[in-house]
Structure formats: C-alpha cells, structure tokens
Design a protein around this ligand. Structure first.
Ligand code: ADP
Length: 765
C-alpha cells in the first residue's frame, strides 16, 4: 500500500508535476539546511535582535564620529547578517532594534537629515532582508526539486523491482534499468537478471508497431492496449494486456520508459470456454424438447424455452408477467404451494410432482414437473428451476387402463363362475371375488400359491388338450367341462366343473380357469330325484289327508240325506222332525267341506291375507286342540305359556293357523313318541309393537343339511316330506310384516319363533 502510494506520487513527479506532499518536503529540506538558516519564529526574532544589538555595539566602538548621514552605518552589517541567516523577519527585527538603539541611546531625531537617514536605513534594510528571503527560498526549492527527482527515480526502481506484475523500466536506449521478478520469468528467456541488457537484443522479434510506440512514449506519450496479440521468435502466441509510459530522471528529463505487461492467454481461454459452455447451455435450454422455465424465488417467471411456450400456449412475453403457480390448475394449487414453500425454506432440495396446467386456451393438460432451487454463483439471488413434461397422453392411457382394469375386475367379480389365472408353472396370479367365496379363502392366501391348493388335480389338468381354439386371444383350449373336485379352506372337497383356456400374454404362457361349483346343483339334482320318487307318495298323502278331512262331513251329509229320504217316505205328520232342519244340517256340512277345500288351496297358494282382529292366544289354543285333540295318540306333554300381555293381532286367521299347525306338526314329528317328549308354545312381548310366539321341542335339533336352506322350498329330511311347509310359513309371516327364524341345539332341541305386529300398532299407522 505504502509502495503503491509512493509509486503513484513518483509517476506523477515523472510527468513533471510535484505531488501533494511537496510542502512537507520543502519543510524537511529547510530543516536539512538548518545549519545556516534559522526557521522558527523565536530563533528569527533572537537573531534579528542580536544582529541589531551588534550594530549598536559597533556604533559605540566607533564613537560618535559617524553622525549625520552615516548614523546608521554600523547597523548595516547586523541587518545583513540577520537577513542572510534568517531572511525577511530577522532582517526586519534587526532593523527595528537598530532604530530603537540609535534614538534611545545615541542620537534623538532632531534634524531633518537625521529623519532622512532613518528612512533610507529602514527602506534599504527591509529591501536587503526581502531580497535575502527570496534568494533563500529560490535556492532551497531548486535543491528540493533535484532531491525529489533523485528520490522519485529510486522509488520507481524500487517499485518496478518489487511489483507483483510483469513490469520493466528501460532507459532511452531501451536498456533495462529495473525489472520485476515476473518480467524476468515471463520475458527473460531463461536469464536470471536482465539489468544492462537491451530489450531489443533479447527480443529482436518485437514488431515494428511496438517499436514505434516505444518511440512515442519516449516523447512523453502514454500508450496501452487491453487485448493485444504477439507471436514471439519461437512461434509462441502471446495474448497481452500492456501499458507503457515515460519516467523522469534526476535531471528532470524523460529518462526512459516503463512497460507493464500481463499475459492474458489463460484468462482468454477460460473466457472462451465459459462463452462456449454458456452458449451450449443456452442452445440446449432453448432447443430442448422438454419445457424449461426459471422463476425468481418469489415465483415470477424470468425465462422459459420454446418447448415450455408451446406447452402452455403463452408467449415468453406473457409468461414473464406471470407466476409459476398461475399456470397450475386451481384444484392442484394448494398442494403445489405447500411444496414450493418447503423448497424455498430449504426443507427439501427439490421435488417431482404430477399435476394439471391450464393452457392459455383453457385446456387442462397433465404435466410432470421437477423443481429445484439454484443459487447464483457467489450471490444471494436464488432461482426456481422447473423442468416440465407433458404427460397428458400417458395419463390418459393410464386412466383408460385403470378404467379397463376396474371394469374387467367388476365383470370378473360379477361372474357366477370362479375365474382363476395361472402362469405356466401353475402359480395363481389372479382370482375373482366369486372364486374367493367359492373356496372360502382370502386373496393373499391364494395369489402366488400353486393351483393345487384350490384344485388338487388342477395342475395335471393344464396338460390336457382339447386342441386349438377359434376364440380370439385364446391359443389353446386345455379342458372344457372337466368334472373334478375343489378344496375349500379347511379341506372340504366339493364337486366342480373346470374349463381351462391357454393364452399367450407378452410371450408368457398363461392359463385361465373357469370353475363352477357343482355342489348346489348336485343337491338340487338329488332333491329332484328324491322328489320325483316322493311325488307319488306325497300325492297319495295329500289325497289321504283330503279324503280324511272330507270323509267326516261327507259321512254326515250321507246320514242327513238318508234321514231326509226316510222322512219323505213318511206322511208329513208322522215325521219326527222337520225335513228343512235335516237339509239345513246337510248344507252346513257342505259348507264345511268348501271351507276345507278353500283352506287347502290357500295353504298351497296363499293369496293376499284377509286380515281380521284376532286374539293370538285364542288361535294358539284352537290350533293346539285341533292338532292334539283329547285322547289322540301323543304320549308327550304339550305346555302353553302364553305370557304376552297384548295378543291382539290383525291377521288372516286361516293362514296364521296354518303356520302354527305346520310348526306344531314338525315339532311332533321330530319328537320321539315317549313321555319325555315336551312341546311348548309360548308368547311374549317383542318390543312395543310386536308379539312373539315360540314353538319349542326337546327333539334332536335341526339336521346339518337343512340348516342353511331351512326356509327354502324342497328342503326336507323326511321320507315323505315335501319340504314346502317352512317356506310357505315364511312367506305368510313376511306378508304379515313379521319375521320367522329357528334356533337349534342338539341337546335342547329346536325352537321356531315368529313375530307379528300388534293390532294397536298397525291401527296407529
Ligand atoms: P317337511 O316337513 O315337509 O319336510 P318343512 O319345510 O316343514 O317340510 O320342514 C323342512 C325340514 O325342516 C324338515 O324336513 C326337517 O328336517 C326340518 N325341521 C322342521 N322342524 C323341525 C323340528 N322341530 N325339529 C327338527 N327338524 C325340523
């Protein structure tokens, strides 16, 4: 720094001007000359006074002879000495002391010539003192300037030799006077020192234009070039930045020139590389097929490439007035804003997101964005860099694929058959909902496992072949309608019908199996066979029942008609009773037969219930006494426990009667004909609006095979049973808005229960 300041001053001095520190140097030069010249005020006054008093002393020595015009003669030497060593001030002081001494001690001013003498003395003394002062100053300045020039030359040398740049000081003959270390390294051509060498002899290849410039500089001009090129004698390229200017020697003349040069090849190369890479990057950015957009950290768009403009439909000008978030579909903005805030706060380094953009034309497109935050080299400014790719097509095909998969899954799940896809090694890849239900398994228990888990001989079936297929997409029919067995969870085997097709998907052989559960069909087939054989028996049973029911009224009718015939054979006055009465009784029986037939028909095909107010308890008692008449063969006990407080129901008496007699008959048939048999009918309140009736027996309980389908038609365990009683009972109870169910236990027996709405509740409704 000091060096630099010194250099600055030196160079200015070299151009012929004194620098800002000149006054200080004058002072220091004066103090250097202090041996003959007094410079401080007290010294000056003391010198002046002493010189004046010396004059007075001389005056005393010479006596009073020097009067008149020569009164002041002895004072001149003192004034002259004071002026010589002190300049104007001591000279003036000596003059004053001389005047005072003359007039106070020697000659009072009494005559005119004495006054003239005084005036001449004062004026001449001051003139001599002023001249001495001026001479001193001029002389000193001269000495100072020479000294300054000498100093400046030395400083220039010092600066040149120690400068951390390539710099050389040459004299007018272009011989090196001082050179920096860097200069020697760069242009010394291997020499360790250059002092005394001629610049042109070391570099004879220096171009003429530079020699011309040197000549101009030696005339006092300043030259420089920031970007010059030179090929040296050995053919090496030099990119140089240089400056050249004169320096001033101790004589104040241009002593030579200074050349400062800097090789800028490396910098040039770096700049070119940077330019090239910037250009490459800019081209890549501009031409990229993928959208590229940069925004300030505040989200305002700064730049975007052509692909991004095409993607959004906005021009670059329009984009620059927008924020990134303005392009995002309103529904997707909240998610974007949350992520952008995290990015800006540095919580995440970047993120990738798929969302919708709204194009300028209003169309929504799907884009995949990769955002990151970059920082300007060394700066605080940050940019959000966003790479944007249009993925609308991909999203569309994905959505279509998803929809297709969902649709296919729904179709597959809705199929009545189990559908299982298997790979070539027999491993299950897919199974539909029906399949899972059929095999009583969860998906994860099946997928990835061998088909053998579900179909013990399924594997073997894959090698069967029914030949090539005509179906599109199906390569081979492996097996159609093969009956085999499936295995449910727990190991239960069940009959299935298995059809397999072979397909090739993406070069992979796959098999698709269609499985139909045959167990239900088998059961129904069994039932149909059973029914077919039972139908005759059942019809016989029904005919018997009909005959039994109708026999009694028919017999009664026969008796009444026989009585009428006999009565008619007698004269009217001999008849024991009136013919009309006997006919009336016969008609009653005919009506009863009609009722029986009607009820029977209703039992089979019940119509809309004909509801009337009934006491459920009365109905239970009536049916019980009809089913268990006094004296009829049933050795067990029948108990009634009719506890419901309200038994007022609005029902079709005949239909509910049928339900009751069906339940009672089933219970009686389930019970052994022994004294331990116990049959109970009970009623109770079921909530506020319903009454419940239970028919319980202590029989063997429900057989396993009927439990599941108890209330379905054709379910029976009895040799002559039709299996329709419970199904009819269920439809009757449901037609009355009630519910019927069974609870069974092998030890406790079976309880059938049904509920019916109370009449009060129905009326309120
Ligand atoms: P059916 O009496 O003609 O067989 P149902 O529909 O009345 O027809 O009864 C169906 C089956 O329900 C009967 O075959 C019998 O196996 C079973 N079942 C009904 N009631 C009882 C009961 N109280 N105890 C045991 N099993 C019963």
């Amino acid at each position: 720094m000091n060096l630099h300041t010194g250099a600055g001053r030196t160079i200015e001095a070299g151009r012929g001007r004194l620098g800002a520190g000149a006054d200080a140097e004058v002072r220091s030069a004066l103090s250097g000359l202090g041996a003959i010249y007094v410079s401080t005020w007290p010294q000056r006054l003391a010198l002046g006074s002493a010189a004046g008093l010396t004059g007075a002393f001389l005056h005393l020595l010479t006596g009073e002879q020097l009067g008149g015009h020569f009164t002041y003669l002895t004072f001149y030497p003192g004034v002259a000495i004071a002026a010589l060593f002190g300049g104007l001030i001591p000279g003036a002081a000596a003059t004053l002391v001389s005047v005072l001494a003359t007039h106070l001690w020697f000659t009072p001013l009494t005559r005119f010539d004495q006054v003239v003498g005084l005036a001449v003395f004062v004026v001449s003394s001051l003139a001599v003192s002023g001249a001495a002062e001026w001479t001193h100053r001029a002389w000193m300045r001269l000495g100072l300037a020479e000294r300054a020039l000498r100093q400046s030359e030395a400083q220039i040398r010092y600066f040149v030799e120690n400068a951390p740049i390539s710099i050389a000081m040459l004299d007018r003959a272009m011989t090196y006077v001082a050179v920096s270390r860097r200069w020697i390294d760069a242009y010394g051509l291997g020499r360790s020192d250059l002092l005394g060498w001629s610049h042109y002899s070391i570099h004879p290849d220096i171009p003429e234009r530079w020699r011309a410039i040197h000549r101009q500089v030696l005339k006092g001009e300043f030259h420089s070039d920031d970007d010059d090129f030179w090929v040296d004698a050995e053919g090496r390229d030099h990119w140089v930045r240089w400056a050249s200017y004169p320096w001033i020697d101790a004589a104040g003349e241009i002593g030579g020139l200074i050349i400062a040069a800097e090789e800028i090849a490396a910098q040039k190369l770096a700049e070119a590389a940077l330019r090239e890479s910037e250009e490459k990057f800019r081209n890549a950015f501009a031409e990229a097929a993928i959208g590229f957009v940069m925004a300030r950290a505040g989200d305002t768009i700064v730049d975007a490439n052509a692909a991004f403009c095409r993607l959004t439909g906005y021009s670059i000008g329009e984009l620059r007035s927008m924020r990134l978030v303005d392009l995002v579909h309103p529904d997707d903005r909240p998610e974007n804003l949350v992520l952008a805030a995290k990015l800006r706060s540095g919580e995440i380094p970047g993120y990738v997101i798929e969302n919708r953009y709204l194009r300028k034309d209003g169309e929504a497109i799907w884009v995949r964005k990769s955002l990151s935050l970059t920082r300007e080299a060394g700066g605080e400014r940050r940019w959000v860099v966003n790479l944007v790719e249009d993925v609308t097509e991909r999203r569309r095909s994905e959505e279509t694929a998803q929809r297709t998969v969902a649709l296919l899954t729904a179709v597959l799940d809705g199929a009545k058959d189990a559908i299982i896809s298997i790979d070539a090694s027999g491993v299950v890849r897919l199974i539909n909902a029906t399949g899972l239900k059929m095999f009583a398994r969860r998906r994860e228990e099946v997928v990835g496992k061998n088909l053998r888990l579900l179909i013990p001989d399924g594997d073997a079936r894959l090698h069967d072949s029914d030949g090539a297929s005509d179906l599109p997409g199906v390569d081979r029919i492996v097996g159609v309608g093969r009956e085999t067995e499936g295995r449910r969870k727990g190991g239960a085997l069940f009959p299935i019908d298995l059809a397999v097709v072979e397909v090739v998907v993406d070069h992979d052989r796959m098999f698709v199996g269609f499985v139909r559960d045959f167990s239900e069909r088998r059961r129904i087939e069994g039932r149909i066979d059973q029914l077919a054989s039972q139908r005759l028996t059942a019809m016989g049973g029904m005919a018997g029942a009909l005959a039994h029911e109708l026999n009694q009224p028919l017999a009664a009718i026969g008796v009444y008609l026989e009585t009428v015939r006999r009565m008619l054979a007698r004269p009217p006055d001999e008849r024991p009773a009136r013919v009309e009465d006997a006919l009336g009784l016969a008609i009653e029986q005919v009506m009863r037969m009609g009722d029986i037939i009607n009820h029977l028909r209703d039992f089979v095909a019940h119509g809309e219930p004909d509801k009337t107010h009934q006491s459920l308890h009365a109905l239970v008692r009536e049916i019980c006494s009809a089913e268990f008449p006094e004296g009829k063969r049933f050795r067990g006990a029948v108990a009634l426990s009719l506890d419901a407080q309200n038994d007022d129901v609005l029902v079709d008496k005949i239909q509910i009667g049928q339900v009751l007699s069906n339940l009672l008959r089933n219970a009686r048939e389930a019970l052994p004909d022994s004294s331990t048999a116990q049959l109970t009918v009970s009623t109770s309140q079921a909530g506020a609006d319903m009454v419940r009736c239970n028919v319980s027996d202590n029989g063997p309980g429900l057989a396993d095979e009927v439990k599941e389908f108890l209330f379905e038609p054709l379910t029976s365990t009895k040799a002559t049973g039709m299996g329709i009683g419970l199904s009819i009972s269920k439809s009757i109870i449901e037609a009355h808005y009630g519910r019927i169910w069974a609870e069974s236990d092998q030890r406790a027996g079976t309880t059938f229960s049904f509920t019916l709405p109370l009449a009060t509740a129905e009326i309120e409704e």
